[in-house]
Design a protein around this ligand. Structure first.
Ligand SMILES: Cc1ncc(C[n+]2csc(CCOP(=O)(O)OP(=O)(O)O)c2C)c(N)n1
Ligand SMILES: [Mg+2]
Length: 904
């Protein structure tokens, strides 16, 4: 019987007959298997399974639930859709782009040796981008249907080359690649080395070149789109997040660390495209195995849909001829280091080393070395048709994120120095031979004698290539990348009256700054802008006393809540909901930071001014995810990061892994990150009020880092005059309590939880006849930046301006003692701008598990040490007798150790 007849007969069976047939079949298969297992052994079972798999793959069927599939394209030739574009034109365009990108890098290095740049990465990924540009990426005019595209960072030359062909960049601009500060070409703009929204705010959207940060951000952007949609803050759309990554980039934990989240949340709006050129910077990514196979297992294991694009069209015929699976088995034995050789050395190498059995040789009978060389270059990731098939399937796929693993050649078409060589990554200059070969390979019509000039090639605005690509971009909604800010500001943020209650103090009640924050947050959530607030926690909500908020606004879960929580019925029931507002990330600060970025950039991407509050254990915040904080700064993220349980001596009992005495110092680095260390609720309220106004009222590109603690003490009302105090809080310093009486004077600066210690020290000093003014130093970073600005104005602009810190202390005589729960480096930042004796007390050194009292004694930052430091400075100045110090040591009960805390 023919297949058709069999199918017809099967279709005629009744349900009962079918059931009987299946039972019979099952019995036959199982009996056969039982025989093999018992008699021939488990190894034979494995072999049979392998054979079955192979057979199925050769029929174009990929069984589900296998971590690994053969080294073949997931979409067989028969299932490829027709190509919707002009293959020949697109092929020409991609080669022009390759050429211009290479010329741009080579020219930059000719003019300024060492300026850097990368040729080979773009050369490998060019087709993967072009299919996207011509058929998939939806641009800014597509409104909320626009896609977010993360480009491989160091492939930027190709993106500039495309913008040049599109007419968005001029030749003068390309001449300023990596010359942003002093563009040497008249009339051009500097082009940043890599995607930097800070430097090119109308062009780049996502900073990606720090390996691993692109992928994790892409995942959370896709997830945040869903969050906005589920919460009704943005209409549902078919927008996709495309992220282009390197294969080597998968060595980074951030690349792979959130894959499971994407699968768990069924993010079918997310597509990863991995440029598997099999090389990283130093050499092969996995010379001794196959990176594509490894990544397939990784992604399938995490629950992603994997589409492999391994072989180009030239291999189709050979694969079709391989009825007995010889080629398939040879593919399995192939390792990447070997593949690389074929790409580098061509057909002869392939014939000798790859087609190395009589059966394999038979497959290539009649093919010349040149034809075999073509075969070495025929890789899926350079084949427009194969790429299109994969992208189409990816876009149509439902229910999970998709990864496309596309095999390419590093330095494709760039001549013998670069192509598939281990040095490819670093090649920035091309030899004469390379230029000739590249010109031939890419078919660039520039005269040979001009090659030395490294000429760009633009076929002119009316050329078919240019018209085609412009028409395609028009159809897809405009140019990509293009950064458009869809919300510039103007949100009606809470006014002073809203915050008033927090200005009035807590009376006798002792609370922590964390509690103050949680109260303000709870109130904010009920305000008109409350729907925009996005609380983000990495499994620490209870630590920070936020459990009531979980019941109040719920944790976001696209599945809602499929169970009755054990604490149902209580006021703090664990509530998950589709409209939930809190992003409970679990134990991933990197993930929570990526959330923060997604929520803090939604103003630009979606025109939705969400306000993220990322509350983290401060020790595991900036120290752990500092690079993501930098990326947040670069892409103009807005919002508040709260470093909770902060302070080296304020978090008692924990020890050196938890006690943060440094995040305030790390926060100095990001230029647009404002940093505060508030002591009281009213300080916090003032900072928050101002931050909301600046970021969401006025649309300023800044964000905030604020440390909060869990030490309870009464919070006083805001001192008078309030306008002055408010100004001082924001500028970093204000007079909290003036010292009354006669005697030598000192100035005590305290910050955060150490401010109450400075206040106590004021009382202690009175017993020694010393009068102290007490200041709250809310931001050393703010004071420092103002001081270096003033210094620069004087030096370069000839304008004499006293730094704010010196201006504020004017008229308050005496030496300064500045005490903090962070490194002494922090108060020492302002030392040079004050013309008087100065002592910084801080917490340099490893933390210890003990009580606050013991810790502050150990680190020498308690009230007694502050008072003693003040006395010592006065004695040095001759304003007190030396004997006072000895007496003070006894009266204050200081037992001094020889070694400083940072050496203990
Ligand atoms: C976090 C980080 N570490 C190191 C680098 C330096 N670096 C830039 S590109 C690169 C190799 C990238 O290899 P791969 O991801 O395979 O990209 P390819 O260029 O091969 O496409 C390295 C190590 C970086 N940019 N970021
Ligand atoms: Mg690579």
């Amino acid at each position: 019987m023919t297949e058709r007849e069999l199918k017809a007969a099967f279709a005629r069976l009744s349900p009962e007959e079918r059931k009987a047939l299946f039972a019979e079949e099952n019995r036959e298969w199982l009996e056969a298997l039982e025989y093999v297992l018992r008699v021939e052994g488990p190894e034979r079972v494995e072999e049979l399974f392998r054979l079955l798999d192979e057979y199925l793959y050769l029929q174009g069927y990929t069984p589900q639930n296998r971590l690994s599939t053969p080294y073949l394209n997931t979409i067989p030739k028969e299932k490829e859709p027709p190509y919707p574009g002009d293959l020949e034109l697109e092929g020409r365009i991609v080669n022009i782009l390759r050429w211009n990108a290479a010329m741009m890098v080579a020219r930059a290095n000719q003019k300024a040796d060492g300026i850097g740049g990368h040729i080979s990465t773009y050369a490998s990924i060019a087709e993967l981008y072009e299919v996207g540009f011509n058929h998939f990426f939806r641009g800014p005019e597509a409104g909320l249907e626009r896609d977010l595209v993360f480009f491989q960072g160091h492939s930027s030359p190709g993106i500039y080359a495309r913008a040049f062909l599109e007419g968005r960049l001029k030749e003068e601009d390309l001449e300023n690649f990596r010359r942003e500060v002093h563009p040497p070409a008249e009339g051009g703009r500097g082009l940043s080395s890599y995607p930097h929204p800070w430097l090119m705010p109308d062009f780049w959207e996502f900073p990606t070149v720090s390996m691993g940060l692109g992928p994790i951000q892409a995942i959370y952007q896709a997830r945040f789109m869903r969050y906005l949609e589920d919460r009704g803050l943005k209409p549902k759309s078919s927008a996709k997040v495309w992220a282009f990554l390197g294969d080597g980039e998968h060595d980074e934990p951030e690349t792979v660390g959130a894959l499971h989240l994407a699968a768990r949340e069924e993010l079918d709006n997310l597509i990863f495209v991995v440029n598997c050129n099999l090389q990283r910077l130093d050499g092969p990514v996995r010379g001794n195995s196959k990176v594509i196979q490894e990544l397939e297992r990784l992604y399938r294991g995490a629950g992603w849909h994997v589409i492999k694009v391994v072989w180009g069209s030239l291999w189709d015929e050979l694969i079709a001829k391989d009825k007995e699976g010889h080629l398939l088995r040879r593919f399995e034995a192939l390792v990447d280091g070997e593949s690389q050789r074929y790409a580098a050395f061509g057909g002869k190498e392939l014939r000798e080393r790859f087609f190395n059995t009589p059966e394999l040789k038979k497959l290539i009978e009649g093919l010349s070395d040149e034809e075999l060389t073509e075969l070495t270059r025929s890789r899926g990731g350079h084949d427009l048709k194969k790429i299109y098939a994969a992208y189409k399937a990816a876009v149509e796929h439902k229910g999970s994120p998709v990864v496309i693993l596309a095999r390419t050649i590093k330095g494709y078409g760039m001549g013998p120095t670069a192509m598939a060589k281990n040095v490819a990554h670093q090649v920035k200059k091309l030899t004469e031979e390379d230029l000739k070969e590249a010109r031939r390979f890419l078919g660039i019509p520039v005269p040979e004698e001009k090659l030395k000039e490294l000429p760009y090639y633009h076929p002119g605005p009316e050329a078919p290539e240019v018209r085609y690509l412009l028409e395609r971009r028009k159809a897809l909604g405009g140019f990509v990348p293009e950064r458009r800010v869809r919300f510039g500001g103007g949100l009606e943020v809470p006014d002073e009256a809203f915050f008033q209650e927090f200005y009035e103090g807590t009376g006798e009640r002792a609370i922590s700054t964390t509690m103050a924050f949680v109260r303000i947050l709870a109130k904010l959530l009920k305000h008109k802008i409350g729907k925009y607030i996005v609380p983000i926690v990495p499994d620490e909500a209870r630590t920070f006393g936020m459990e009531a908020l979980i019941a109040q606004v719920g944790i976001y879960s696209p599945k809602g809540q499929l169970y009755i929580p054990v604490d149902a019925g209580t006021l703090t029931a664990y509530k998950e909901s589709k409209e939930g507002q809190i992003l409970e990330e679990g134990i991933t600060e990197a993930g929570a930071m990526a959330d923060f970025i997604a929520a803090g950039t939604a103003y630009a991407h979606w025109g939705v001014p969400t306000v993220p509050f990322f509350i983290t254990y401060s020790m595991f915040g900036l120290q752990r995810v500092g690079d993501l904080v930098w990326a947040a700064a670069d892409q103009r993220t807005r919002g508040f990061i709260l470093g909770a349980t902060a302070g080296r001596t304020t978090l008692e009992g924990e020890g050196l892994q938890h006690q943060d005495g440094q995040s305030q110092v790390y926060a100095l680095a990001a230029p647009n990150l404002l940093v505060y260390d508030p002591a009281f609720a009213y300080e916090f309220a003032v900072i928050l009020e101002d931050g909301l106004r600046r970021m969401y009222g006025e649309g300023e590109d800044v964000f905030y880092y604020i440390t909060i603690e869990n030490e309870n003490y009464p919070h006083p009302p805001m001192p008078e005059p309030r306008e002055e105090v408010k100004r001082g809080i924001l500028k970093g310093l204000y007079l909290f309590r003036k010292g009354e009486g006669e005697g030598p004077r000192v100035q005590l600066l305290g910050s955060g939880p150490i401010l109450p210690q400075a206040i106590k020290a004021q009382d202690l000093l009175r017993d020694f006849g010393v009068v102290a003014d007490v200041w709250s130093a809310t931001s050393y970073k703010a004071l420092y930046l103002d001081a270096i600005e003033a210094e620069r104005e004087r030096r370069l602009l000839g304008r004499a301006r006293t730094p704010y810190v010196a201006e504020a202390l004017k008229g308050h005589e005496g030496p300064v003692v500045a005490a903090t729960d962070y490194l002494k480096a922090l108060p020492n930042l302002i030392r040079g701008y004050l013309d008087r004796p100065f002592c910084a007390l801080g917490t340099d050194g490893f933390g210890r598990s003990d009580t606050r009292e013991a810790l502050r004694d150990f680190f020498e930052v308690d009230a007694r040490h502050i008072a003693y430091a003040a006395l010592a400075l006065l004695a040095e100045e001759g304003k007190l007798k030396g004997e006072v110090l000895e007496e003070a040591r006894t009266r204050l009960g200081l037992s001094l150790k020889e070694a400083p805390p940072h050496r203990r």
